[in-house]
Design a protein around this ligand. Structure first.
Ligand code: TPP
Ligand code: SF4
Ligand code: MG
Length: 200
């Protein structure tokens, strides 16, 4: 069988692959069989992630992975449902779904690949782009304050809220394991380097 690493769709130096590897290892160490795993992604560089994890997978619409995943979890409550998507997906177009998923508290894992930009569409500002950053849509500098997803999630009722860094691989894997074991909706906001467009 060919390794998944021979079919990489990301730029050299992209950290998306580290996040995928951390999830694959977390599934393995928790001994979750592939028929119980469901990985749902949105659209973006991060959206490709679901193609690389053994188990059921769906690459859905931009911003709509959460409602899709909610349906899966309700139909198949014993499955381990993981959402993998970007900051544009999760904190921009999919923001309403994010807040209501925190309120509903279904047992799902919400992994946000936070590279602080819309990377697949070549580097526009996102809700987490810092002040001063130069992007395609902020050619001089970004003047809009980024929002804090962690505080929003807590205020909306999410009881498991963590940040992680994809370069700290072991730590990321352990946090993902904790998130899977947490009974309820869990947010892991993952700092992800995007060498092609995030230059701040
Ligand atoms: C409804 C809809 N609007 C816009 C797009 C175009 N689009 C594709 S990916 C993307 C942004 C992706 O950014 P993010 O979610 O942060 O993922 P990343 O590529 O950074 O991993 C946009 C706007 C789309 N596919 N569908
Ligand atoms: S554009 Fe950025 S996020 Fe997308 S594959 Fe390239 S480095 Fe990764
Ligand atoms: Mg992004």
């Amino acid at each position: 069988m060919r390794s998944w690493l021979t079919n990489i769709q990301w730029c050299p130096g992209c950290w998306d692959t580290l996040i995928i590897m951390a999830l694959k290892n977390a599934f393995k160490e928790l001994e979750i069989p592939s028929h119980q795993r469901v990985v749902v992604s949105g659209v973006g560089c991060s959206g490709k992630a679901s193609q690389y994890v053994d188990g059921y997978a769906a690459e859905t619409l931009h911003g709509r992975a959460l409602p899709f995943a909610t349906g899966v979890k309700m139909a198949k409550p014993d499955s381990t449902v993981v959402i993998m998507w970007g900051d544009g997906d999760g904190y921009g177009i999919g923001m309403g779904h994010f807040i209501h998923s925190c309120r509903r508290n279904l047992d799902m894992v919400y992994l946000v690949f936070n590279n602080e930009n819309y990377a697949l569409t070549t580097g526009q500002a996102s809700p987490t782009t810092p002040i001063g950053a130069k992007t395609k849509t902020t050619p001089e500098w970004n003047t809009v304050e980024p929002f804090n997803p962690l505080e929003l999630a807590k205020n909306a009722g999410c009881q498991f809220v963590r940040t992680a860094d994809s370069i700290k691989f072991q730590e990321l894997k352990e946090i993902i394991k904790e998130a899977i074991q947490h009974k309820g909706f869990s947010l892991v906001d993952i700092h992800q380097a995007c060498p092609s467009f995030k230059r701040w």
